[in-house]
Write a protein that binds this ligand. Structure first.
Ligand SMILES: [Zn+2]
Length: 166
């Protein structure tokens, strides 16, 4: 069971956003923050985001001016650092245990296992909002089921039905 709520819209649609801050769920008063949207999973999504290239984009999302923009940015950077830190930690552990460069699979397994823990944390504690691209369209993932429901209602004509957003 996913802990975030996902809404998929057709790619050619500019979404309508309820005037609700995706962070604190209070009124956004028309204020927005730009959120990075990743391209479809594939080789390009593994590259460093190059805006305007490879499908990476920045999308304006309602975020109020009561400090929520900073919270959103800190959360995004915190998650990136967590992911990077977990990879470094896995590597350090693998090296300490003498598994680096021995040609075996245990070294890479330790690194992957460590990264997996960070990814798992992101599933249990989803980001307030995460934007991605899937085969069916653009994916909007919300930590709050209420914000997701409001967004789905505002865009109901463009929602792509799928087992995830029913
Ligand atoms: Zn807010």
């Amino acid at each position: 069971m996913p802990f975030s709520t996902s809404v998929v819209l057709s790619r050619d649609v500019e979404p309508a956003w309820p005037d609700v801050c995706v962070v604190c769920e209070g009124p956004a008063h028309g204020a927005t923050a730009r959120v990075l949207r990743s391209p479809p999973v594939g080789v390009f999504s593994l590259l460093v985001p190059v805006l305007g290239l490879f499908g990476w984009a920045r999308v304006p999302v309602p975020v109020c001016e009561e400090g929520c923009r900073g919270r959103l940015r800190r959360q995004a950077w915190g998650r990136r650092l967590l992911l990077l830190g977990s990879a470094v930690l896995g590597f350090v552990l693998a090296e300490r245990w003498g598994l680096v460069g021995d040609g075996g699979v245990r070294g890479p397994a330790v690194v992957l296992g460590s990264v997996f823990l960070a990814v798992g944390y992101g599933v249990v504690r989803p980001r307030w909002i995460e934007l991605g691209t899937c085969r069916a369209g653009h994916e909007y993932e919300f930590a709050s089921p209420e914000v997701a429901a409001g967004f789905r209602e505002a865009n109901r004509e463009w929602v792509v039905p799928s087992w995830r957003n029913d």
